[in-house]
Design a protein around this ligand. Structure first.
Ligand SMILES: O=C(O)CCC(=O)C(=O)O
Ligand SMILES: [Fe+2]
Length: 683
């Protein structure tokens, strides 16, 4: 039922790349919604929402007194503790003058905030270039693009960076900072050597700091939707050490040679709404000379502490493309676990969850499309059926029905003849059913469409892109096998029998009006068994949702019916796509919603429209809706196609004839939305 929104991610990435303006270019253009390529995948978003943040601080180590033997011992002990337990620490009194660190940050800011032409010149993804500006070095490999632009400066021992290769805006400041940070790298690697119980120059002799280095000037622009993206997603650094300048100086360790004694810790950067942020990591990659091999140091392994890693060549790492570690999300497994509870979405809400599971989170392209969608405050037509028996007034009503069916595909009817006690009774009964004791519902839990009475959550749970925030009691009735009272759950037995009787009658009334509105005899559609065949009444329950913006009650689709008559409570949530805008179908007291389904669009040869709609959920109140789907004949031999009287030479048939059963088979086996499905039957 769900429509697959085709976001061509690669096309979007290409277009973004071709601007050469980076993320800042988007922000400068005034975008309010971040493009889909930056939105994190559902599993990541949901994992995120389950993550707590800690108030702890990474260790801070003061390097003052590093030349003094006793104090150095203490510093080494602190470095060891931090490297073993944290993998990160901040250093103070590191010897780089404040004027140099501040100069560096200012220079990087100037670079990113300067005239875009100068930056464009340097835009490149070619790692061989020593100076390159780009946004997302792994743009075409990562799962989600990062909200970050970067000026990367590479320093090779064989090919050091010259001042004249640097952009004007940060030339002298960068040269100065580079010189200092390299020295600090040596100091640190000595301390780390000692912290591993090695001689001070052990790691240095391995070219840990003397090899290939990259200083990156990252710019994280302010972001209108920081919760949907990251500045850099979680990863570890492929380096020996990283020294990061932000407001103070911090370090990240990646010391595979320590044989896991020191930890390379996963980290990431977030973005915020208010301010652009600058950070300047210096990555000490070590030697990239072909012949250099790295592996656990002999002095650090023993029989009790055998090597954990093989030796490898330093150059191996430079072929690594995707820095972001992929979080493994087993959607299938989560769906099964959810299904097996047999408790539906309400079961989750009753259990007190605060964050919705990943299976309910809409894919990035849908979320981002959503954010671009505007809302319209129009109302769908409301038609009063009061004087339907009076032939003059009936004509007017038919004209209104015609207009609504052609222009909207949806209308509400008033004075439709179903007593309000029956309507209220139906809603109460469905609420009683969903809110009753769990065991009674569990008994009815099934995905078997052959069962006439079935309770489940998400009839297409294993086919849809995202699960819906909705539970359903479905009641099917066939002329050959009508629904009997004793088949119904007690909680809604008499109310449902009563409502079903009335809504079937109303179906006939509406289908007569629609026949006339097509210029046919009143009983033309009825004779085609549009309302007399297979009908399903669904009692939908949309529980309250802690994160309604991340999911839907039912995603956009059109109905595979002739018509649908929907009863809803007063909460609201149904929306229809009118033009390119979502229009709320506001509940009106005593009103019922009628919509044209795909079959009626086909038999009317596109005169009447089957319109895409969906239901959204909300934080505050659970909602009930009860659509009655008039699917038409389920007799194998029945064929449907454009009605002869409605086609002509000027108006040739748009669709082939087909058997409804074929159509329904496709409906249940594909993940296409009704509209796309309808298109399969086009001539
Ligand atoms: O609950 C609603 O308002 C809409 C339900 C719907 O569109 C459907 O079940 O097909
Ligand atoms: Fe629908």
């Amino acid at each position: 039922m769900v429509s697959l929104v085709n976001s061509d991610r690669v096309e979007e990435l290409k277009a973004f790349n071709e601007t050469k303006l980076g993320v800042k270019g988007l922000v400068d253009a005034g975008i309010l919604n971040i493009p889909g390529i930056f939105i994190r995948p559902p599993d990541e978003l949901s994992q995120e929402l389950n993550c707590s943040t800690s108030q702890l601080q990474v260790p801070v180590i003061d390097f003052q007194g590093i030349g003094n033997l006793d104090q150095r011992k203490q510093i080494v002990a602190q470095v060891q503790h931090a490297s073993e337990h944290w993998g990160f620490f901040q250093v103070l009194n590191h010897g780089i003058p404040v004027s140099v660190t501040e100069g560096m940050i200012n220079g990087i800011r100037w670079f990113h905030e300067q005239d875009s032409e100068a930056k464009k010149q340097l835009y490149s993804h070619d790692f061989k270039r020593k100076v390159r500006f780009n946004s997302n070095y792994d743009l075409f490999q990562s799962r989600t693009a990062y909200w970050r632009d970067t000026l990367a400066l590479t320093v090779m021992p064989s090919d050091p960076l010259c001042a004249d290769e640097l952009p004007d805006s940060c030339r002298s400041t960068s040269m100065e900072y580079l010189k200092h940070v390299m020295q600090l790298g040596d100091t640190l690697i000595e301390l780390l050597s000692e912290a591993l119980g090695l001689k001070a120059d052990h790691l240095k002799a391995m070219e840990c700091t003397k090899g290939y280095k990259t200083v990156c000037g990252h710019y994280y622009p302010a972001c209108p939707q920081p919760e949907l993206t990251t500045g850099i997603s979680k990863h570890t650094d492929s380096t020996f050490i990283t020294i990061l300048l932000q407001d103070q100086i911090g370090t990240t360790l990646q010391i595979i040679v320590s044989n896991n004694k020191f930890k390379s810790v996963v980290h990431r950067a977030l973005v915020n709404r208010a301010d652009a942020r600058i950070s300047v990591p210096c990555f000490f990659h070590g030697s990239v000379v072909e012949s250099t091999e790295y592996g656990p140091l002999m002095d650090l392994v023993s029989e009790e502490n055998p090597p954990i890693y093989k030796s490898f060549q330093g150059t191996v790492r430079s072929t690594k493309t995707n820095m972001a570690s992929l979080v493994n999300f087993d959607r299938e497994k989560e769906l099964k676990a959810f299904d097996e509870t047999k408790l539906g979405v309400k079961g989750l809400v009753d259990a007190g969850i605060l964050n919705i599971p990943g299976i309910f989170i809409r894919p990035p392209d849908e979320l981002s499309e959503e954010l671009k969608c505007s809302k319209n405050h129009l109302q769908i037509p409301v038609i009063d059926l009061q004087s339907i028996e009076d032939s003059d007034q009936r004509k007017q009503i038919v004209a209104q029905v015609q207009h609504a069916s052609e222009q909207w595909g949806f209308f509400q009817v008033l004075n439709h003849g179903i007593p309000s006690s029956v309507i209220d009774g139906m809603i109460d009964g469905i609420r009683l059913f969903h809110e009753q004791d769990l065991e009674a519902k569990k008994q009815l839990y099934t995905h078997d469409f052959k069962k006439k009475v079935r309770f489940n959550s998400n009839y297409d749970l294993f086919q849809s892109r995202t699960a819906y925030w909705r539970d359903t009691l479905a009641l099917s009735t066939l002329p050959s096998d009508p629904l009997r009272a004793d088949e119904l759950p007690e909680s809604c037995r008499s109310t449902s029998m009563e409502y079903i009787k009335h809504v079937m009658e109303l179906g006939d009334t509406v289908i007569e009006l629609l026949s006339e509105a097509l210029g046919l005899k009143a009983d033309h559609l009825k004779a085609m068994e549009c309302t007399k065949g297979h009908n399903t009444v669904c009692g939908h329950y949309y529980p309250t949702c802690p994160q309604p913006e991340l999911t839907t009650g039912i995603s956009k689709h059109s109905d595979s019916t002739f018509i649908t008559i929907l009863l809803q409570d007063q909460i609201g949530g149904l929306q229809i796509l009118h033009g390119n805008e979502w229009v709320d179908v506001r509940p009106i007291a005593g009103g019922l919603v009628v919509n044209i389904g795909d079959f009626l669009q086909i038999v009317s040869n596109d005169k009447f429209k089957s319109v895409v709609h969906r239901a959204v959920v909300n934080r505050a109140e659970s909602r009930i809706s009860v659509p009655c789907f008039f699917h038409g004949s389920m007799v194998e031999s029945t064929e449907y196609g454009p009605i002869k009287d409605l086609v002509s030479e000027e108006n040739p048939p748009i669709y082939k004839s087909f058997q409804v059963t074929d159509y329904m088979k496709k409906f249940f086996s594909t993940r296409l939305d009704g509209q796309a499905l309808r298109n399969l039957f086009k001539i």
